[in-house]
Design a protein around this ligand. Structure first.
Ligand code: FAD
Length: 443
């Protein structure tokens, strides 16, 4: 590792703040043409990608799915790179579990009612929502208010399926802005090999002669002057022509008063201040034996105004009579998700209350022997799952100021929150990093 106190790294052309997908994709593009310093606050790269090994399996507590693979640049760039290098293909599989979507409502007395034809009901609710078009003001309401006002209760309930994708409860979600980002979301591929492979892919594309990647270097202040930008971090001060900030929106929200030492435009200030940050706890539950019914895909269970989505994705892979899969993924949005992330020991006792509809009655519930819980909302350099839009907010006011940046393009932003297509996703983060780098290179 180069000593960061030596030249030329004190005066790179560009400083990139954060080494998640957006920061690394920006650095890959820039490092082909100029000197780049990447400052990462944590002791590892990857940001919201976190894979781990348990037994002979790899699991992810962050992203696992490549969404809409026919329109996913990250997915196609990786596939192309693997094909052209003749390397072994990744263990990516098309996810068909969505076709088996099941929804259950658990009453206070423990009785379960199943919502029939969820996909059809969702389509119906979405079709009505689509007709709203751009006239957002008239429908500036939460998804729950929308369901109660315009839909039959039997149909409206299906909209709760969004909660475990968005990380907000339907009482908070924007009825106008949220569904379009999820409509027709195409075919998804699941990464059984662990998504840290994405980070390895990006790292392998960095031009190391032009890149200095410094860990444990949280950036504390960024200031503008006529001659350039000064970036102060735990690894010292850097003077550069451009800075690309990829720290998550929730981190910017908290750090904003001290982070930007020179004024930033009001729309940008407002976008950061008003952003909604979703919380989505991801829990990997490993059991000594399988106790859920065969043939399940995704099962949303609603209890006491919270929903949890269980995914039986591992049942789709290599199952035969001799190897029964015994792992469930659970997705817990909103306040319960935050509480589980704060107190990991509470995860199974809480989830146990939601799991009844999955159970094969001949087996009964079995306790897990391993429970792995994400910690995104309590990580001070992440502070949540991803950016989202709550009632009354719109994509334009949130995303456009971030994409525009400030200080005559000397201050640029990238990340899952800086893109309209792929907002909240790996692909959005990837493309936004490339766009910010192109802006620098074209300057
Ligand atoms: C539970 C969960 C499930 C998800 N599932 C999927 C999925 O299946 N498919 C999908 O496409 N997406 C999914 N996502 C979203 C996806 O993980 C993110 O959109 C993407 O990884 C974000 O990349 P990024 O580069 O924008 O941000 P990050 O990965 O968060 O990178 C930002 C980096 O900035 C660093 N940083 C923060 N503050 C500072 C500072 N002051 N100085 C220096 N560095 C700093 C952070 O440490 C971090 O490494 C999921 C996310 C979560 C939380």
């Amino acid at each position: 590792m180069v000593d960061p106190c030596t030249e030329p790294y004190r005066n790179p052309s560009v400083v990139v703040v954060g080494a998640g997908i957006a920061g690394l994709s920006a650095a890959v593009k820039l490092s082909q043409k100029c000197k780049v310093v990447v400052l990462e606050a944590q002791n590892q790269i990857g940001g919201r990608i976190s894979s781990f090994q348990s037994g002979n399996r790899t699991y992810d507590l962050g992203a696992s799915w490549f969404h809409d693979i026919d329109n996913n640049q990250l997915y196609s760039d990786i596939q192309e790179s693997i094909l052209s290098s003749g390397r072994k293909p990744w263990s990516l599989e098309i996810d068909h579990t969505d076709e088996n979507y099941e929804m259950n409502v658990i009453a206070d007395d423990g009785s379960v009612s199943t919502v029939q034809d969820v996909s059809e009901k969702l389509k119906c609710a979405e079709n009505i929502l689509e007709t709203i078009g751009d006239d957002a003001s008239e429908f500036d309401m939460s998804l729950e208010e929308y369901a109660h006002t315009y839909l039959h209760p039997d149909v409206g309930i299906a909209l709760r399926a969004y909660e475990s994708y968005v990380g907000l409860l339907w009482s908070q979600m924007s009825a106008v802005e949220t569904p379009p980002t999820l409509l027709d979301h195409g075919t998804d591929a699941f990464q059984f090999g662990g998504n840290e492979l994405v980070i390895d892919f990006l790292k392998s594309k960095l031009n190391s002669a032009n890149t200095e990647l410094i860990l444990n270097a949280p950036v504390t202040s960024i200031s503008n002057s006529e001659s350039g930008v000064t970036v102060s971090s735990a690894a010292g001060q850097f003077f550069c022509k451009h800075v690309i900030v990829t720290a998550p929106l929730a981190v910017l929200q908290k750090a904003k008063p001290s982070l930007f030492a020179s004024p930033i435009p009001e729309p940008l200030e407002n976008a950061i201040t008003n952003a909604t940050i979703a919380v989505l706890a991801k829990v990997v539950l490993e059991f000594p034996k399988r106790f859920w019914r065969k043939g399940l895909g995704r099962v949303c269970c609603i209890y006491k105004n919270t929903s949890v989505m269980f995914s039986c994705i591992y049942d789709t892979q290599n199952e035969n009579e001799h190897s029964v899969n015994k792992t469930l993924l659970a997705f817990v949005p909103g306040p319960l998700g935050a509480s589980i992330e704060r107190d990991h020991a509470s995860a199974w006792p809480e989830l146990k209350q939601f799991i009844k509809p999955l159970v094969d009655s001949e087996v009964g519930i079995v306790d897990p022997h391993q429970v792995h819980v994400s910690s995104w909302s309590k990580n001070e350099y992440i502070r949540g799952a991803y950016s989202s839009l709550s009632k009354g907010q719109n994509m334009r006011d949130l995303v456009l100021p971030m994409m525009q940046g400030a200080w005559d393009d000397k201050l640029l932003f990238a990340g899952e929150h800086c893109t309209i297509q792929g907002i909240g996703c790996m692909d959005g983060a990837y493309v936004s990093g490339i766009s910010a780098a192109e802006k620098v290179l074209n300057d």
